[in-house]
Design a protein around this ligand. Structure first.
Ligand code: RNT
Ligand code: ZN
Length: 424
């Protein structure tokens, strides 16, 4: 007796009463492709030097749980393990600090396709797409708090060159893999205390972006995104790349806007921004994360924030214009487990959104029947979406429920703890 199937059949009947076809929803989940951020496996350290670790830039990783990936091989093993426990088709999102530098020091302005050919081949074998990011942090030339908006021309041009190289790499990834690579620019530039020249730095950032984007690549190979932020540690008083700045830049220059839900005032909702932004740009990139009191990048859970993001994407019928990426890094727990929980939570939010009888609720809304709308939205919260989720997982050949917990525990015992023991 297949309990999962039985529960699914009951759920299917329940949803059918509301006009929702659960089989069709499960099929539609094929359009929900989540890009896994490689930096959760090693706490945003990268492999430029053997002991590379995240340094500054206003982002922080806390915790020292054993089992961190210390090499590309270990990172790939962790990614394979994670992907084997996540339903659906994913992508992989790399940062420039994760190239295969073969033991030699390659500075940021020298990163090139050859350092990422191994990753392209890796992705090709797995039939997944790659996304990419310039890494404008953890570097001596980012220490004074400014990169692309630096008043030091040598530093500014160094980072312009870095990002240009990263776009070249991205375009090649997209070309070889047959799926456009989303290249995202986030820079740490900002000021801890009250600056008097906000304008000067913003003019410089605009100039740098113009120089970077002067190089054109086919749209089928690369999609360029820019990511704003409200504040960071060390950039509390001003962030050069604010939301207003990038929104204007993206609209004017037809770029993608990256919406990271840790990058706004806590009472602002990224879910609310999607329909506005998409009136003016072709596509958005999401950085799905969980900020706890600040942009803390906790592992994503199925909370209201993420649920609303998914609902807004689905309700506006814009799945094909939204690139879903993750952005969390927690070093205080099993990192593979963190991946699995965070990715599955994001997928669950989309499943829930797809299971909504939106037309029915919309009718209440348009008839000004607000009690009925409210009641329906409340009722949706206790519908048996878990049964649909479990069946979807089973169909995809990955553990349903929390059955992945034992897989992760076993991997920890056999692989992750061995790593730490070798290290110690
Ligand atoms: C930082 C941004 C950025 C980074 C990653 C590592 O606040 O969110 O996206 O987290 O690029
Ligand atoms: Zn982000």
């Amino acid at each position: 007796m297949n309990v999962i199937k039985q529960a699914y059949d009951l759920a299917k009947t329940e949803y059918a009463k509301l006009g929702v076809d659960t089989d069709a929803v499960i099929k539609k989940m094929a359009d929900v492709n989540v890009s896994l951020h490689c930096w959760q496996t090693d706490d945003v350290g990268g492999f430029e030097t053997p002991d590379a670790e995240l340094g500054g830039g206003g982002i922080q990783v806390t915790g020292n749980y054993p089992g961190k990936a210390n090499s590309i091989e270990e990172m790939r093993a962790d990614l394979d393990k994670s992907m084997s426990l996540i339903p659906g088709k994913q992508r992989l999102n790399l940062h420039a600090i994760y190239g295969e530098f073969q033991g030699s020091f390659v500075d940021r302005d020298e990163v090139d396709v050859e350092h990422f050919q191994g990753w392209i081949d890796w992705a090709k074998e797995r039939e997944i797409g790659l996304d990419f990011n310039a890494s404008c942090f953890s570097h001596p030339k980012s220490n004074d708090g400014f990169t692309l908006s630096s008043k030091n021309e040598e530093i500014r041009l160094f980072w312009v060159e870095h990002v240009k190289q990263c776009r070249k790499i991205s375009a090649e990834m997209g070309k070889q893999l047959g799926t456009a690579c989303v290249h995202n620019i986030w820079i740490p530039d900002g000021s801890k205390d009250t600056p008097v020249d906000r304008s000067g730095h913003r003019k410089l950032l605009k100039k740098s972006l113009d120089e970077i984007f002067a190089v054109e690549y086919p749209k089928e190979h690369i999609k360029d995104a820019v990511e704003s932020k409200l504040f960071g540690i060390g950039s509390e008083s001003m962030v050069v790349g604010s939301h207003d700045f990038y929104m204007g830049y993206a609209v004017k220059n037809e770029k993608l806007i990256c919406l990271d839900n840790g990058h706004f005032h806590p009472t602002e909702q990224v879910g609310d921004k999607i329909s506005s932004t998409l009136e003016f740009v072709d596509e958005v990139l999401l950085h799905v994360t969980r900020g706890v009191r600040w942009d803390s990048d906790h592992v994503v859970t199925l909370n209201d924030d993420v649920t609303m993001i998914a609902q807004e994407v689905v309700r506006a019928n814009v799945l094909d214009r939204v690139n879903i990426g993750l952005d969390f890094f927690d070093a205080s727990l099993n990192r593979v487990g963190a991946y699995v929980v965070g990715t599955r939570a994001t997928q669950k939010a989309f499943l829930i959104a797809l299971l909504e009888p939106t037309k029915l609720i919309l009718k209440f809304e348009e008839d000004a029947k607000y009690f009925e709308r409210l009641a329906m939205l409340e009722e949706m919260k206790t519908m048996p979406f878990g049964a649909v989720w479990n069946y979807y997982c089973e169909q995809e050949g990955v553990p349903a429920n929390g059955a992945y917990i034992t897989d992760v525990q076993q991997y920890e015992k056999e692989v992750l703890l061995e790593r730490s023991m070798v290290e110690a």
